[in-house]
Ligand binder design. Structure first.
Ligand SMILES: Cc1cc2nc3c(=O)[nH]c(=O)nc-3n(C[C@H](O)[C@H](O)[C@H](O)COP(=O)(O)O)c2cc1C
Length: 363
């Protein structure tokens, strides 16, 4: 298996642990994945709330991202660390990117919207890789066109293409999730072609529904330089999901994976296990208090359109084991039902037949 090379740095294993918010992929998970030779990713979603509650005093988004990245770095040795910053968290986006850079991130990975500002935010950080997440070649084309039109100082150093089986917010309308054209194996080839022609052949990383070694090999054989996996790392010992979340996932059957209803205030669909306390006792109306999935004006649709959208902040914070009163809403990829025990990250790698090699001297 070939190592993954991004912007001149070598990652021994072409496995990216996807960023998982809120508060699931924090320093312990990202640090261990990176230490063992993959890409470890810290999620910055609602991180200021989370770290402030955890540490007992107020952190800004900048401080929280820097703090957690530094904690991950202490665990990762020389391993490769990314920060996942969601475009949908519009009011904290720039500060989270800057904080992650200050904390020593090797890469910023950014989706749930198009990261149109990222090249400008990273203009003074040439050592940090810029990695957009897109759900189609069309979205990538639009993004690159916007970057070029605005005179972006740099373009993508790798591209994650994420299909509809992924966990977290999905870049598809509900009615598009099942379409043949949107199957990951059909989304990847045009992205590979476009990246080869327009983006100097930077690494393409496939994501969404990749679970077994066969899945990994399938996408590497197709021409991807790596794969991103979320659900595989969701119920690991090192994941910061609440113990009840991990246990619920272990017990979840295929029929218990569903789309969250009402939808996320940022408008994207996302999957849950119906074993989530909040799915079993949904709230009719749920005003937003933490305000992390707000538009650039700071508005949350759970407040402006309460019949269609529900606040996720409170429930996701409880899913991360942070005290709150709404009951957890446990997000998962379509493969969540395949998780049958809580494993260490090392066991997940072993289960995938991957052995972490020592980092090469060129790193
Ligand atoms: C619980 C959970 C939370 C996630 N949160 C985020 C997030 O905050 N930002 C993001 O870009 N992707 C998020 N994702 C997507 C993952 O980074 C990854 O791309 C995806 O889960 C891959 O699909 P898989 O779960 O089938 O492996 C999340 C996934 C899960 C399972």
């Amino acid at each position: 298996m070939r190592p993954l090379r991004i912007r001149g740095k070598t990652i021994p294993l072409p496995i990216v642990q996807g960023g998982m918010g809120v508060g699931i992929s924090l320093a312990p998970l990202a640090g261990e994945v990176a230490r063992l030779g993959g890409v470890g990713t810290v999620s910055t979603a609602a991180l200021a709330d989370l770290i402030s509650l955890r540490e007992g005093h107020a952190f800004t988004s900048f401080e929280a991202a820097a703090h957690e990245m530094r904690a991950a770095r202490r665990l990762a040795d020389a391993g490769y660390l990314a920060a996942n910053v969601m475009c949908a968290a519009a009011t904290t986006y720039a500060d989270s990117v800057r904080g992650a850079v200050a904390g020593g991130a090797d890469a910023i990975v950014s989706g749930a919207g198009l990261p149109v500002d990222l090249p400008f935010l990273l203009a003074d950080a040439p050592e940090v890789a810029l990695i957009p997440i897109v759900s189609s070649v069309r979205a990538l084309r639009i993004l690159v066109k916007q970057w070029r039109r605005r005179g972006a100082p740099r373009l993508a150093d790798a591209v994650v293409v994420e299909g509809p089986l992924a966990g977290g917010h999905l870049g598809f309308k509900v009615e598009e999730l099942e379409a043949e054209d949107n199957r990951l194996e059909n989304l990847v080839p045009p992205v590979l072609e476009y990246v080869h022609a327009e983006l100097a052949g930077v690494p393409v990383i496939a994501a969404g529904g990749i679970y077994s070694r066969d899945d990994v090999d399938f996408y590497l054989d197709m021409g991807c330089a790596g794969v991103q996996m979320g659900t595989r790392f969701l119920a690991t010992v090192e994941s910061s999901a609440a113990p009840e979340f991990k246990q619920a996932l272990v017990e979840t059957t295929r029929e218990e994976i569903a789309l969250a209803q009402p939808a996320s205030p940022c408008g994207y669909p996302f999957r849950i296990t119906t074993r989530s306390p909040r799915a079993r006792a949904p709230k009719a109306k749920n005003p937003c208090r933490h305000r992390y999935l707000v538009d650039p004006e700071g508005r949350c649709k759970a407040n402006t359109e309460p019949d269609r959208y529900a606040c996720l902040c409170n429930s996701l914070l409880s899913s991360a084991g942070v005290l709150d009163d709404d009951g957890g809403l446990y997000s998962t990829g379509a493969n969540g039902w395949r998780v049958d025990r809580v494993m260490t990250v090392r066991e997940v790698f072993a289960d995938l037949g991957l052995v972490a090699e020592p980092l090469p001297a060129s790193h």
